[in-house]
Ligand binder design. Structure first.
Ligand code: PMP
Length: 383
């Protein structure tokens, strides 16, 4: 029985690794509505609280009336409308790059970029904790695939010095999605420069959040000019959906010619691009959102560590509580849900074995009182 799917599913259930899709009955904002109950929501990536912002919603509605719902085709056929063009130009200017190119999702951007640039004669070097889409992009490219110890430039250097390759591409998350810590970008850039490698940063969780204009990890760490490829997503800090790659004119032209996940897919709806133009501007102007986030992060870290919970080395809005066993993580998630808090447990293979966690995320849409309520619930769960 080659296709004994039932047995595989049962095994996954037995390991406490079964994934249960939730059907939400409202926006995934400060609150979330599920099965007739309202929860305080601590698991969205809407870090700046822009996904439900009235001005962003109005821009989306207005653009949908003007441009329709579907873009109608891929970018290279007739799906690339004026709002897409304006958003690409705004993203290039925002990130200090010659050009930017939109992709329909961050997952597709990562697959597309790495496989467009690398082939069998090349080598890709990835942090062990990189997002799944970066790992998949590396595998899809057919290049020699190496993973280095998390945030360890020396380990990277040892790998880079071993073996020949036509092109060498080093790929990291700017902010690691499940740990919330930041890559040591200056040290990585130095190792890349010494070994003739290019550096690609996936800043899905840094964009909007880091730097006083929300330009992300590269500006916060002063390495923008030393990073050849920037990938950013629009569905997290910017509260919309889709993604972009920013870089030199030659890089973007290469992606237009060779990135299959750009060429062979329908462009995002123009209304999403138009709404993102507004959220991008708000993310630049409204630094109070980042200041509020910093306050929330500080309050949460102080309270949770005082209670003896194990936090990670993160100063970003991603504040996981490390639990360990899958079953314990599921139990804490369920206990918090009972008390009115939505925080999903993250288990292997998304995180390493024995490192199941509750991935708490904070948002500028939260109030300090929300964090205090969560801390009270966490304290009760320990008793
Ligand atoms: N990169 C990172 C680091 C991510 O966390 C994610 C989303 N979870 C992605 C890429 C994929 O982006 P998208 O959700 O737009 O496909």
């Amino acid at each position: 029985m080659t296709f004994d799917l039932a047995a595989d599913l049962e095994e996954r259930r037995r390991q406490h690794r079964f994934r249960y899709p939730l059907v939400m009955d409202g926006p995934c904002g400060r609150h979330a509505r599920l099965e007739g109950r309202d929860y305080l929501n601590f698991c969205s990536n809407d870090y700046l609280g822009l996904a439900n912002d009235p001005e962003v919603i109005a821009a989306f509605q207005q653009a949908a009336s003007e441009w329709g719902v579907g873009s109608g085709a891929s970018h290279l056929v007739c799906g690339h409308q004026r709002p897409h063009q304006e958003l690409e130009e705004a993203l290039a200017a925002h990130t200090g790059r010659e050009r930017a190119l939109l992709f329909s999702t961050g997952y597709m951007a990562n697959l597309g970029v790495i496989s467009a640039l690398l082939g069998k004669a090349d080598a890709v070097f990835e942090d062990r904790l990189n997002h799944a889409s970066l790992l998949d992009g590396g595998l899809l490219s057919g290049a020699r695939f190496r993973r280095f110890a998390h945030n360890d430039p020396l380990a990277l250097e040892r790998l880079l010095q071993r073996g020949e390759a036509r092109r060498k591409l080093v790929v990291v998350d700017g902010v690691f999605s499940m740990d919330g810590d930041e890559a040591p970008l200056a040290a990585l850039a130095e190792v890349c420069e010494a070994n003739e490698a290019w550096l690609m940063v996936d800043d899905a969780h840094g964009l909007g959040v880091l730097d006083e204009l929300g330009r992300g990890s590269l500006f916060a760490q002063g390495v923008n000019a030393r990073t050849q490829i920037l990938m950013g997503t629009l569905g997290k800090g910017l509260g919309a959906g889709g993604a972009f790659v920013a870089g030199s004119h030659e890089l973007i032209e290469t992606l237009i010619q060779f990135a299959r996940t750009f060429i062979y897919t329908t462009a995002m709806p123009a209304a999403v691009a138009a709404a993102t133009l507004v959220s991008l501007e708000k993310s630049r102007q409204e630094n109070w959102r980042r200041q509020k986030l910093a306050e929330l992060v500080k309050r949460f870290r102080a309270g949770a560590s005082e209670q003896g919970y194990t936090l990670m080395a993160s100063q970003t809005p991603i504040q996981p509580i490390l639990i360990g066993s899958d079953a314990d993580a599921m139990a804490l998630s369920a206990a918090l849900r009972e008390k009115g808090f939505l925080i999903t447990a993250i288990r292997p293979p998304t995180v390493p074995e024995g490192e199941a966690r509750l991935r708490v995320t904070l948002s500028a849409a939260h109030e300090l009182a929300d964090v205090d309520a969560l801390l009270t619930a966490l304290e009760q769960c320990q008793k």
